[in-house]
Design a protein around this ligand. Sequence first.
Ligand SMILES: C[S@@+](CC[C@H](N)C(=O)[O-])C[C@H]1O[C@@H](n2cnc3c(N)ncnc32)[C@H](O)[C@@H]1O
Length: 234
Amino acid sequence: MKLSTKFKCCVGVACCAAACKGSPESSPSRSSSASLPAQSSSALSGSANVGVSAPLLSARETEVAAAAEAEAPQKPDVIYVPTPQPVVDKMLELANVKSNDLVYDLGCGDGRIVVTAAKRYGARAVGFDVDPERVEEARENVRQNGLEDRVTIEQKDIFTLDLAPANVVTLYLLPRLNVRLIPQLSQMRPGSRVVSHDFDIQGVVPVQSLTLRPEPEKLPHSVFLFEIPLQKEK
Ligand SMILES: C[S@@+](CC[C@H](N)C(=O)[O-])C[C@H]1O[C@@H](n2cnc3c(N)ncnc32)[C@H](O)[C@@H]1O
């Protein structure tokens, strides 16, 4: 995990350099930001002694809390578990990826799916993740494979994405997250493919599904293929 040496406790409030001294931030910015309202609150309580009215104080606190919130990276909806490479290969094979496809991996982790799509099939690909550590890893993966011209990694919440430009979407999320994505997936053009590792999309009929067991000592993996328009269960 990347550590920042920046002093963060003063963001948005009058500087408290003396209080900061010797306490560089040693945790991810989200946790430091999360502590901001309490610190601001005490700093502002100090101002109240010199005549700032209560309504002004609370407005300032709200402003500072909002700034802290905006600065905090969003918490992932599901933890990072990478798809084993043989399963990645099977997902892309099942999706019939071609060089003229645009592949999106929603929650891309270390970028292995988008890197494989570009390396093996010559596709263009975009990986999205909210976790800055994953984004950094995935970008490094793209650099190491010399794929910067075909693959980009973006730090974004997948639930804010317009999926219309993609014609292949890959998922390794959770059942309830797959269901939440149905309206966005439905924006894709007819004939686009969605391939999901381990979890189907409740209420939607897959056009194909299979299981594979690349590591005999571990549980098998399922892969589900869906096509746009999604076929709803009757
Ligand atoms: C189970 S991992 C899958 C990683 C990769 N797709 C793979 O199959 O190897 C899920 C990933 O989704 C990311 N994630 C969770 N919630 C997210 C959200 N709302 N927006 C973007 N990424 C998210 C996590 O940070 C994690 O890297």
